[in-house]
Design a protein around this ligand. Structure first.
Ligand code: PMV
Length: 326
């Protein structure tokens, strides 16, 4: 039976995904725009032909919940290729999970590539993105490198809901300084947070209305390498997503005190003329986009904010890919 190893990088959304149009197929209610980031990555090996499914995550046997989620994903591959049997999945992130980089984005992208390669399937990028989406919405984007657009699609079966390239990894050498803040209580999982927002937030419909124009503006800014224009649209998208979530009942509030302090610091640096803007995902950490020449300045400034425990620097990275098979 086949075995293959794949690597994939996480991505950070510049125009956020927050809300689903179909839960079973994990279809987004609107599109999104992201940048795939390295050198951080997930490396995953899949070996079919085992008596049952087993998941080893960062060197330890995973708990039942994580194993079930991976098994449900492997069922999608088993539906395409008969008699694959169970699979051993060994996956490792070379970045701290506490860094708030969406490990599910690189995790399910690497799993989609490794599991299908090991099963002898030759899927194209769109098919891999459709498959990765079933594991996690953001994973559909990590199948591709560089700047990426996720198409929400309109078909009920989700075959048109996949990521497409906007600009490749060498197009624009941006940097992302990740300000890791003190861990609070466990965050609300993104699916729980977006479902609650969709069901209870009076601002959910207004949030969804912002997405299509933001995508158009973000893609134009990316194509033109217009940092100031990208700053305006990306910050607005993150704030509007969080505003809709904060208005849910009970509130979906990911920010801690240090999160807000870093957001203020980024705003004052930009007011003073430094090219920098921030974005926040389903956790308390802040990701600050900047240019290569300002990385040191931004890293030092954000590391000095009370409650920031460390800073990591990331840069554009390539697509998910097979690195070994046999
Ligand atoms: O696809 P998920 O379940 O990892 O959700 C991603 C949600 C955000 O990170 C907050 C936004 C995004 O587009 O990545």
């Amino acid at each position: 039976m086949g075995e293959a190893t794949a690597v994939a990088h996480p991505n950070i959304a510049l125009v956020k995904y927050w809300g689903k149009r179909d839960h079973a197929l994990n279809l987004p209610a609107a599109g999104s725009v992201s940048l795939t980031l390295g050198p951080v990555r997930t490396r995953t090996t899949v070996r079919w032909g085992e008596p049952g499914d087993r998941l080893v995550l960062d060197g330890e046997t995973a708990d039942a919940t994580a194993t079930r989620r991976v098994s449900a994903f492997l069922d999608l591959v088993r539906a395409l290729v008969p008699d694959l049997g169970g699979a051993e999945v060994v996956s490792a992130n070379d970045f701290p999970t506490a860094a708030g980089l969406a490990s599910s984005s690189s995790g399910f992208a690497a799993l989609a590539v490794a599991a299908t390669e090991a099963a002898g399937l030759a899927l194209d990028t769109e098919q891999l993105s459709v498959l990765a989406r079933r594991g996690s919405g953001s994973a559909a984007r990590s199948v591709l490198g560089g700047f990426v657009r996720m198409n929400a699609g309109i078909r009920d079966d989700g075959t048109d809901s996949f990521a497409v390239p906007v600009a490749d990894v060498d197009h624009w050498d941006l940097r992302v300084v990740i300000a890791v803040t003190e861990a609070g209580p466990k965050d609300v999982a993104s699916t729980v947070g977006m479902n609650r927002t969709q069901e209870t937030s009076p601002y959910y419909a207004a949030w969804i209305d912002t997405v299509a124009p933001a995508m158009e503006a973000a893609e134009a800014a990316i194509r033109g390498r217009d940092f100031d224009a990208l700053a305006v649209v990306a910050e607005a998208s993150a704030m509007q997503m969080h505003a809709s979530a904060i208005a849910a009942v009970p509130a979906v509030l990911y920010w801690r005190g240090a999160t807000v302090d870093v957001l203020h610091r980024v705003r004052s640096l930009r007011s003073a003329g430094t090219p920098v803007f921030s974005t926040v995902d389903a956790g308390p950490h802040v990701k600050a986009f900047t240019t290569t020449s300002h990385v040191t300045e931004i890293s030092e400034a954000l590391a000095a904010v009370a409650g920031v425990t460390r800073v990591l620097v990331a840069k554009p990275a390539g697509p998910a890919r097979v690195v070994a098979c046999g």
